[in-house]
Structures are given as structure tokens and as C-alpha cells.
Design a protein around this ligand. Structure first.
Ligand code: 5GP
Ligand code: MN
Length: 352
């Protein structure tokens, strides 16, 4: 990843021209990268004298509650007094971090597009950003938005501007989006960045424990239940697994936002499985997560069959039909896309 100096020059112009009202927004169901990159970028902008508000569309998972500065995040869903909406409408610059389409923010999207004068800047690592941004830092080769923010800060201010608190937040994003440094795009530059964060005092073992040893008992039992429900089938040569969790099942485990985060990765620990999907039912739709190994591309699959997207090995989408229909559609689509025979392997076996 090489950030063009012409672009950083434009960014510098934007943020170096006196104090401004700035809003940073990130995606729905914010994860470690979304929050880590937002808080670190927000801290840098605050240190430059700007009035900064970080906004998340809905609540973050409880296992991230310890992140430094997270209490400053405004949860748009609970903006009862309209103060966050006001901040958005008065913003002079809006930074969009860790997502690539404003429409993915649901209700918050309208608040952003209603502000017609703000400069809108994208800082993100997902493929194919949509139109509508004034300045775009889109680097799909970056393993996380947090790493991208690290590189941006390094270019703009040098690493001396990175505080221990920023380091903690950036490290959470780098660690979680790479599956604890196990997925793709693990470049020497990333590990150099990690080394420099460790020099700032970031405690890698402590952060690992905070993030990964933070299950509630309900969440661990739900994981056990989910793994037991896993279904597998072959689509051509590709081993496919899926886990479907319905609302009434989730309720039994006192489901909280974020509780099913990462479940979709577990089937890939089986050496014969290369594609994994999870279907999590909410009141309005079914949230789909997709993961794959190696060259198997689930991003194009998500886009073609579930109006979604993401990265080659980690993508997602939504379904607005029943769980049974969603699974049937998934099985049919996987057979077609990954090279099986749709006719021979019909969906009647899909065990609901
Ligand atoms: P997750 O499974 O962790 O929710 O999402 C994995 C990846 O897929 C993320 O990079 C996320 O941005 C992307 N993704 C998830 N849901 C959607 C969706 O509905 N539309 C698009 N375009 N991307 C999605
Ligand atoms: Mn990310």
C-alpha cells in the first residue's frame, strides 16, 4: 500500500486550515477495526484543535467496552435529544471510516447526505467504494482501516504523533481484522507498524486477552450450539459449511449485539471446508457473513447472490426472506457459483 502524496497533501490542506467541526462515522455493527480506527483518527484530529464527534450507527459489542475513549462514541440509534444529528448537520468535514458505501449506514445515511456542504472523506480498505466522496483513501490491500490510519498519520505527522492510547486503539483494529495476524495482506510494513506500537507501550498480550478472553458464558454456550447446528455440503470440489441461528434460538442464550461475531470463522478450521456462511436472524432481516480460504472468492459471491460485498475471504450481505428460503437460495447459489450441479443436489435436504 502506497498512499499518494498528492492525496495526503489535499488531506493536509483540509485538516490544517484552522479548527473545524468534524464528524467521524463508521459502519453498522461496528467492530474492533471500525472503532479502533475512528478513535485513533479522532484523537489525532482533536490534538490539532478540531471539534471532533465520533458516531457509530448502533451499539458496539461489550467485549470492546474497555477500549480507551470508547465512552465518547455517540450511538446514533440512541440519539434521543437529536444532539448527534445536529453535530452531523453542522459538520464541515465528515470522515467515513472502514466502510465504502454511505447507504450501508441505514438511518444515519440520510443524516449525512442531508449535509450538502460538508467535505466527505473516505478512509477504507473495502473493494469498490461508491461515488459521493470528495476525497477517497481506498486501499483494499490494507489488512485493516486501522493500519491505513497508522500509515496516514505517519505520512502526515510522523509516528511521534501516535500516543499510547492511539496505539492501543490501532492495534485492536490491526489484530481483529487480520484474525490475530492470520489472514491475508500481512505485509512487512504491517509488522513494522506493530513494532512501533509496541515501542509506544502497547501491551499485545493484554489487548489479546481483553478482546478474545471476554466471552460471556451465554456467548460461549451459543457458540457450542451454533457449531452443533453446522451443516456441510460439497459444491463441486469446494467444501461448504453454514450455520443458521433463528431469533428464538438466539433469545434462549440471552443474545447481545456482537455475540455471534466470529462464529463464521470456526467451520474453516476443518481442513476439508473452504467456504463458511452464517445466517443470523434479526427482527428485520437475516445478516449473512461469509468466509473463505485462499483463492475462493466470497466477495463476488456475496455481491451476485445477496446484494452484499466485502473482501475476497470475508464478505457479507443481507436477506429479506425467511431462513428456510435464505438457506435454499444459499445452497442453490453455492452449487451454481462454486461449480456444482444445481439439478442433482436440490435444496430439499436442507434440514430446518
Ligand atoms: P462481517 O461478516 O464481519 O459482518 O463482514 C465481513 C465483511 O463483509 C466486512 O468487510 C463487511 O464490510 C462486508 N459486508 C458485510 N455485510 C455487507 C453488506 O451487506 N454489504 C456489503 N457491501 N458488504 C458487507
Ligand atoms: Mn475493517
Amino acid at each position: 500500500m502506497k498512499i499518494g502524496t498528492d492525496k495526503t497533501a489535499r488531506l493536509r490542506e483540509l485538516i490544517d486550515s484552522g479548527p473545524q467541526r468534524i464528524v467521524i462515522v463508521t459502519h453498522t455493527n461496528p467492530d474492533g477495526d471500525a472503532i479502533g480506527s475512528s478513535l485513533a483518527w479522532g484523537e489525532l484530529l482533536e490534538s490539532k484543535g478540531h471539534d471532533v464527534t465520533c458516531v457509530v450507527p448502533n451499539r458496539y459489542p461489550s467485549f470492546l467496552e474497555w477500549m480507551p475513549g470508547i465512552e465518547q462514541l455517540k450511538v446514533f440509534k440512541y440519539d434521543e435529544d437529536g444532539s448527534t444529528a445536529r453535530k452531523i448537520s453542522e459538520a464541515e468535514i465528515i470522515f467515513c471510516l472502514d466502510f465504502n458505501q454511505i447507504t450501508r449506514l441505514e438511518r444515519l445515511s440520510d443524516a449525512i447526505t442531508a449535509n450538502e456542504t460538508a467535505k466527505i472523506v473516505l478512509i477504507d480498505h473495502h473493494l469498490n467504494p461508491s461515488a459521493g466522496f470528495d476525497l477517497i483513501f481506498s486501499y483494499p490491500d490494507s489488512s485493516s482501516t486501522s493500519f491505513l490510519v497508522y500509515e496516514l498519520i505517519e505520512q502526515l505527522e510522523g509516528t511521534t504523533a501516535i500516543t499510547k492510547k492511539m496505539g492501543d486503539n490501532l492495534y485492536v483494529g490491526m489484530m481483529t481484522d487480520t484474525g490475530n495476524f492470520a489472514f491475508s495482506n500481512l505485509t512487512p510494513e504491517l509488522f513494522r507498524a506493530v513494532a512501533s506500537l509496541v515501542e509506544k507501550g502497547v501491551d499485545v498480550a493484554a489487548i489479546h486477552s481483553c478482546v478474545y478472553n471476554s466471552f460471556t458464558e451465554d456467548r460461549l454456550r451459543l457458540l457450542g450450539f451454533a457449531i452443533n447446528k453446522m451443516e456441510t455440503f460439497k459444491a463441486g470440489d469446494i467444501g461448504v459449511a453454514y450455520i443458521a441461528l433463528k431469533e428464538n434460538e438466539l433469545r434462549k442464550f440471552n443474545f447481545q449485539p456482537g455475540d455471534s461475531e466470529g462464529f463464521v470463522n470456526f467451520p474453516l478450521t476443518v481442513h476439508t471446508l473452504e467456504v463458511s456462511a452464517s445466517f443470523i436472524e434479526t427482527k428485520k432481516f437475516i445478516r449473512i457473513s461469509l468466509r473463505s480460504k485462499g483463492d475462493v472468492d466470497v466477495s463476488k459471491f456475496a455481491n451476485k447472490y445477496f446484494q452484499g460485498g466485502g473482501h475476497k475471504n470475508a464478505a457479507g450481505g443481507k436477506s429479506f426472506v425467511s431462513m428456510a428460503e435464505t438457506i435454499a437460495h444459499f445452497r442453490r447459489s453455492a452449487m451454481e457459483y462454486f461449480g456444482g450441479d444445481v439439478q442433482m443436489q436440490d435444496t430439499s435436504s436442507c434440514n430446518l
